[in-house]
Ligand binder design. Structure first.
Ligand code: ADP
Ligand code: MG
Length: 560
């Protein structure tokens, strides 16, 4: 699937400038193949999947073929719907930004004829319209074809499905001999082949297979989530799938900062990218991300644009993108190189309408799923845990504790109970995750026991939103210390106590409650020894993982 720089396609400097401004780095395969043929004046039949860049493949040759000095319609582009006509007109408008004196107008049903008359009279060179309305103007004599040189049929298959065949044939019959014809379609039914053989002369057939390259295999899912529970749902999905390399998009810099901090305090290795960072800082973050020095990058659209990673496991739209184009850009970071990727989009409240219009407009293949329940997450964690346990057992890489176990057996405990108790301890004892009410997935059922929150102060609430279990175990005189290690690293309470006492030579009694989370642990240490523990244990490796300790912030304690 060949792709070439636009500069190699024989384009004018004005178009190259526009393409650059649009941020297109290179021509897509359909563009690479179609543009040079079309520039030669040849008829073209272009077949490729949705999202492969067909618009620019015909809009660029259309613009190049137009004479700015001639104030007559020279190019006609037919589209099946009003939305598409507007969309194509917009993209064409962006591409001809630097072409002085070239103008484009969309004409479609439902818009006032007056405006369209005026536009057509003003001498536009490129008309983009639906077949019905174009026919109308043709018959009224307000759209003249005497200078027409290029006709494009975009989404030809859809136009036929919509019953435009007669209109299209009338239009094609009315255009002058010798015009160039470009056909674009995602499929090639019999009826289209008929049209092509009747109206086209020796066209170049260009078919781009929907290979992984240009149609990334991205499994796209959206969740309807109350804004306050997005963080909880995000971490559930990460844990459920055991994701380790992904991009999380937020709409604002403030959200990026906030989410980065919240994830960090929950033990995820994250960093952030947004426009307030200096170029040097940005480069450093990107470099680290490429090297996978951390797991999740939280970013805004603009900041992520310069990021050249494309082998991500997952992309999260923590906030909904502005439009289908941004959406496509975002999710295109995953599912490359033949691997399948995942994209999760969170929508809250009225955003569902925005998503629906994007789906309709860009024909996104995205399906709704309900938020995974805590049980599902636990089940997945348990199976990940079992896999790791089996791995350790199979490798034989563990110390024997036969005497201790024998003693327990002698005391009458069953081996299954001993193992279960150990697993329970590994999991950190009592449930420590925030409890997400069943209402996490919007809409909230009335059954939720808490009072309806006042929307005014919703913004100030912690993102987890859910009722927080209060930490009651903390005794006076204890300081909570944050450990960057958790269940994921198979760390145990015994191991934490062992490390603290072993390294500091302090008695085990200085250690209080220990809460082991997925990727971090919160350990209560007698306040007068907290500094010493932090200093001595930082940098020590546990199971190959370098420890980093710090006094837990209020946010970290609250995030429990
Ligand atoms: P199609 O008509 O084949 O479904 P579009 O022309 O609508 O596809 O393009 C899909 C998306 O890809 C649009 O958002 C468009 O702006 C973008 N796009 C098109 N060409 C390129 C390119 N060369 N590089 C990057 N993005 C592109
Ligand atoms: Mg298209």
């Amino acid at each position: 699937m060949e792709k070439r720089p636009f500069a190699e396609l024989g384009l004018s400097p004005e178009i190259l400038k526009a393409v650059d401004k649009l941020g297109y780095e290179e021509a897509s395969p359909i563009q690479t193949a179609v543009i040079p043929e079309a520039l030669k004046g040849r008829d073209v039949v272009g077949l490729s999947a949705t999202g492969s860049g067909k618009t620019a493949a015909f809009a660029i040759p259309a613009i190049e073929s137009v004479k700015a000095s001639v104030h007559k319609v020279q190019c006609l582009i037919l589209c099946p719907t009003r939305e598409l006509a507007v969309q194509v007109a917009e993209e064409t408008g962006k591409l001809l930004l630097f072409k002085k004196g070239v103008h484009v107008v969309p004409i479609y049903g439902g818009q006032s004829y007056d405006r369209q008359f005026r536009a057509l009279e003003s001498g536009v060179q490129i008309v983009i319209g639906t077949p019905g309305r174009v026919m109308d103007h043709m018959e009224r004599g307000t759209l003249k074809f005497d200078a027409l040189r290029l006709v494009v049929l975009d989404e030809a298959d859809r136009m036929l499905d919509m019953g435009f065949r007669d209109d299209i044939e009338k239009i094609l019959t009315a255009v002058p001999e010798g015009r160039q014809l470009l056909f674009f379609s995602a499929t090639m039914p019999r009826a289209i082949q008929d049209l092509i053989s009747r109206y086209s002369r020796d066209p170049a057939w260009i078919q781009i297979e929907a290979h992984a390259q240009n149609a990334p295999q991205v499994d796209q899912v959206y969740f309807e989530v109350d804004r306050r529970y997005k963080l909880e749902v995000l971490t559930r999905i990460i844990d459920l799938n055991d994701f380790r390399y992904g991009l999380i998009f937020c709409s604002t810099k403030v959200m990026v900062d906030e989410l980065d901090e919240q994830l960090h305090s929950r033990g995820y290795a994250t960093d952030r990218l947004h426009g307030d960072l200096s170029q040097m800082q940005r480069n450093r973050v990107m470099e680290k991300f490429r090297k996978r020095s951390f797991e999740f990058l939280v970013a805004t659209d603009v900041a992520a644009r310069g990021l050249d990673v494309d082998d991500l496991e997952v992309v999260f739209n923590f906030d909904l993108p502005n439009d289908a184009e941004d959406y496509t850009h975002r999710i295109g970071r995953t599912g490359r190189a033949g691997k399948s990727g995942r994209a999760y989009t969170f929508v809250s409240g009225r955003e569902i309408y925005k998503l629906q219009s994007m789906v309709r407009f860009a024909r996104l293949k995205i399906r709704r799923e309900s938020v995974p329940s805590l049980d599902q997450v636990d089940e997945a964690r348990a199976s990940q845990f079992m896999d790791r346990l089996r791995g350790v057992l199979d490798s034989g890489q563990f110390e024997k504790h036969d005497r201790m176990i024998d003693r327990l057996l002698d005391q009458g405990y069953a081996s299954t109970d001993i193992s279960s108790a150990l697993i329970q301890m590994l999991k950190g004892g009592a449930p420590s995750k925030p409890v997400l009410p069943a209402a996490a997935s919007a809409p909230r059922p009335a059954a939720a026991a808490e009072p309806e929150p006042d929307p005014e102060d919703a913004a100030d609430e912690p993102q987890t939103g859910a009722p927080q279990p209060v930490r009651t175990g903390k005794e006076a005189g204890m300081t909570t210390v944050f450990f960057n290690t958790g269940r994921k690293h198979l760390v145990t309470t015994a191991e934490i106590v062992g490390k603290i006492t072993g390294v500091t030579r302090l008695p085990a009694s200085v250690v209080g409650a220990i809460d082991i989370h997925q990727r971090h642990a919160l350990v209560d240490v007698a306040s007068e020894h907290a500094d010493l523990v932090i200093k001595k244990l930082t940098g020590i490796r546990v199971r190959g993982h370098a420890l980093k300790l710090s006094p837990a912030t209020a946010a970290e304690r609250a995030a429990e």
